[in-house]
Design a binder for this molecule. Structure first.
Ligand code: CO8
Length: 296
């Protein structure tokens, strides 16, 4: 299995492998996933010292990872597979140094019509990402524009490289965000900032995005993936069952009004008392030892 450092280099496209460093394609993960289809628009791997972090790299570098339908079908499948894999604690979606994703594929949708979008359920595969029970971290270097910014916001935590650029430039091409940009962005950054971003099409840099609360943390470009893996590994030390419940509960804050969200949170909180992992967590605390979670 490749080390964090070598995976970082692999994803940044710097072929620094030599001697004893094993390329990701020779990892046990690929063998384990031999039944998985051969992906053309993404690369997948399993990383982290416990091999419990699913890594997905968007891989259309020539088109700045524009989100064409085949890419989204593959991305949805990879996310569902990782979500169903009990050995995976968290998922990272990343791009390359130049682009996380520069939006939906404009060339692909250029000749779409209203009725085609309606009948074909244009980009309905987005739901696979939104329905994932496990935490998804967006590790954003370069452009995260339009659908790329929306994809990052669909993830649970956004870490950014210091040269990342976010934006909803759909207005420049005569349309509006269609995958949550007008809905999630105001919730993250407030109405005035969201309006400014959506109505001007201007880009904001990583530092500004962090100040606004869109991004959790900003790192040097070549440290981004390493830090994202560390975050996923930290999440992976907790009970998978309770992590899933915590994610559901935080998401309620975005999907319901406060009163309903608070009720949901309370019922989940009470519900954790029906789990073995809650009992183990509190017992371990009282006994001053590390918990041994069983995902039950
Ligand atoms: N779609 C298709 N191709 C793209 C896209 C894109 N979004 N972005 C870049 N490319 C292609 C370029 O056409 C170019 O291809 P080629 O070499 O064949 O000409 C290649 O990528 C490199 O791009 P540039 O030469 O333009 O690179 P620059 O460094 O000069 O510029 C930019 C980078 C500023 C990112 C520029 O490429 C750009 O403005 N891209 C478009 C950004 C944009 O408008 N994004 C929003 C798209 S619309 C959208 O996302 C709606 C989402 C709705 C989801 C709905 C779900 C239901």
């Amino acid at each position: 299995m490749a080390s964090v450092r070598s995976v970082t280099r692999f994803l940044l496209g710097k072929n620094l492998f030599s001697g004893n460093i094993v390329p990701a394609s020779n990892s046990g993960f690929v063998k384990f996933y031999s039944a998985a289809p051969a992906y053309e628009n993404i690369k997948i791997d399993v990383v982290g010292s416990k091999k419990n972090v699913g890594l997905i790299q968007l891989n259309r570098p020539k088109a700045l990872n524009a989100l064409c339908k085949p890419l989204f079908v593959e991305l949805g499948k990879a996310v569902v597979d990782f979500d169903n894999d009990n050995s995976i604690a968290a998922i990272i979606i990343t791009g390359n140094e130049k682009a996380f994703a520069a939006g939906a594929d404009i060339k692909e949708m250029q000749n779409n019509t209203y009725s085609l979008n309606q009948k074909g359920g244009f980009l309905r595969e987005w739901e696979d990402i939104g329905n994932c029970g496990k935490p998804i971290i967006a590790a954003v270097n370069g452009f995260a524009l339009g659908g790329g910014c929306e994809l990052a916001m669909l993830c649970d935590i956004i870490y950014a490289g210091e040269k990342a650029k976010f934006g909803q430039p759909e207005i420049n091409i005569g349309t509006i965000p269609g995958a949550g940009g007008t809905q999630r962005l105001p919730r993250y950054v407030g109405k005035s900032k969201a309006m400014e971003i959506v109505l001007t099409g201007n880009f904001i840099d990583a530092q500004e995005a962090e100040k606004m609360g869109l991004v959790s943390r900003v790192f040097p470009v070549d440290k981004l993936l390493e830090e994202s893996i560390k975050l996923a590994e930290r999440i992976g030390t907790h009970s998978p069952l309770i992590v899933k419940l915590a994610k559901q509960s935080v998401n309620q804050a975005y999907e319901t009004q406060l009163k309903a969200g608070l009720q949901f949170e309370k019922s989940i909180f009470y519900g954790t008392f029906a789990t073995e992992d809650r009992k183990e967590g509190m017992t371990a605390f009282v006994e001053k030892r590390a918990p041994n979670f069983k995902n039950e």
